[in-house]
Ligand binder design. Structure first.
Ligand code: ATP
Ligand code: MG
Length: 356
């Protein structure tokens, strides 16, 4: 059974260091929410407070309708998987998975049944009598996952559970975790600094920087409508061009980009002053020989500085006045534009935003 989690103005101070600031967040029952942020931004600290290993310096936290700030960790009914979370080396796989049930004094028959079901869930039944040092890293992590869900936790917390795995295994485990979450309909709070992981796995992503929740949104909104420069540059690749908003018409801004090229852009909600940053994704920029212009707005002339053939696409760096614009173009048999070629780049107003 899944539960909601609510954080209300949660704070954490370590001495003079304000590590988690004003976390206000509601995680719906059955939702997969990811904390995404750079190293040291406060992700693990936030997770530890949910688990009860650290107590907040301020604020309140609710599981369902119950405040948990004064509830000890083992009574919160939360499952956890950590990066390199070691299994007990002297216990077999089955004993490891049974551990949370043993602690809860569950009877033998029920324990056996639940352990079997958890091992089936992670497809590890045939390994039940092995010891952790006889398993690969990925297999150990699956056992850690089975151990975290064996007692039907109300919510599952995972702190970079895939960090230690190689790329292929990580891809595989991503899908496994999503399948298991779906099967158990569990509320999950997942931590990563890997944007691909966050974008593919989550219902919503909470972007954290320097202890603050910057933006909480689904993957598409985060990618296409970042709230500020930090989110724009941390999630995916982007062009951020200094610009000036000259006037606003029908909610769109008439902007000047660089040396007096005019364009039109969506404005982010918080735009205050005149100067801002025009944000556009490299795959939204069209490129062609000088004067060949697919869009009527946001048109810049420049010269190809670099052309990098990447198979499915070509990535161009185009020098326009003082700015270098990155362009990603799908390869569909067209000729590649060589370095030094004079080009025109342009993009649609719907695909760019002015951020302050
Ligand atoms: N017990 C502690 N005492 C003092 N400072 C701490 C303690 N734990 C964490 N910090 C500090 O709090 C900040 C946030 O740490 P945290 O571990 O939450 O970051 P993180 O986002 O999980 O980073 P990473 O991606 O590297 O795991 C860091 O500046 C860290 O040095
Ligand atoms: Mg961490």
């Amino acid at each position: 059974m899944s539960t909601s989690l609510e954080m209300k103005k949660i704070q954490k101070w370590y001495g003079a260091l304000h590590v988690v600031r004003d976390f206000d967040l509601y995680v719906k029952p059955g939702e997969f929410l990811t904390f995404l942020g750079p190293s040291g931004s406060g992700k693990t600290t936030a997770l530890k407070m949910i688990a009860g290993f650290e107590s907040p310096s301020g604020g309140d936290m609710l599981l369902g309708s119950r405040s948990i700030v004064d509830v000890p960790p083992y009574e919160r009914g939360i499952g956890m998987v950590f990066q390199n979370y070691a299994l007990f080396p002297h216990m077999t796989v089955a004993e490891n998975v049974a551990f949370p049930l043993t602690v809860r004094k569950i009877g033998r028959a029920e324990t056996e049944e639940k352990v079997l079901r958890a091992l089936q869930l992670v497809k590890m039944t045939e390994y039940r009598d092995r010891y952790p040092n006889q398993l690969s890293g990925g297999q150990q992590q699956r056992i850690a996952l089975a151990r975290a869900v064996v007692f039907n936790p109300s919510i599952l917390l995972m702190d970079e559970p895939l960090g230690a795995l190689d790329r292929n295994l990580r891809e595989h485990m991503k899908i496994e975790i999503m399948r298991i979450q779906d099967e158990l309909n569990m509320t999950v709070v997942f931590v990563t600094h890997d944007q691909d992981e966050a974008l593919t796995m989550s219902d919503r992503v909470a972007v954290i920087n320097e202890g603050r929740l910057i933006q909480v949104a689904d993957s598409r909104s985060l990618y296409y409508s970042p709230q500020d420069r930090f989110v724009a540059s941390f999630v995916g690749e982007s062009n951020l061009l200094p610009c000036r908003v000259d006037r606003i018409e029908n909610g769109a801004g008439k902007v000047t980009i660089g040396a007096a090229t005019s364009g039109v852009a969506r404005l982010s909600g918080q735009l205050g002053g005149e100067a801002g940053w025009l944000f556009v994704r490299p795959e939204h920029v069209d490129i062609g020989p000088l004067g060949v212009i697919p869009n009527t707005e946001n048109v810049l002339n420049g010269v190809v500085k670099d052309a990098l053939f990447l198979g499915e696409m070509t990535r161009y760096a185009v020098r326009c006045d003082d700015e270098t614009i990155t362009v990603k173009q799908q390869n569909r048999g067209q000729a590649q534009l060589a370095g030094g070629t004079p080009v025109t780049v342009s993009w649609d107003a719907a695909n760019c935003i002015v951020l302050n």
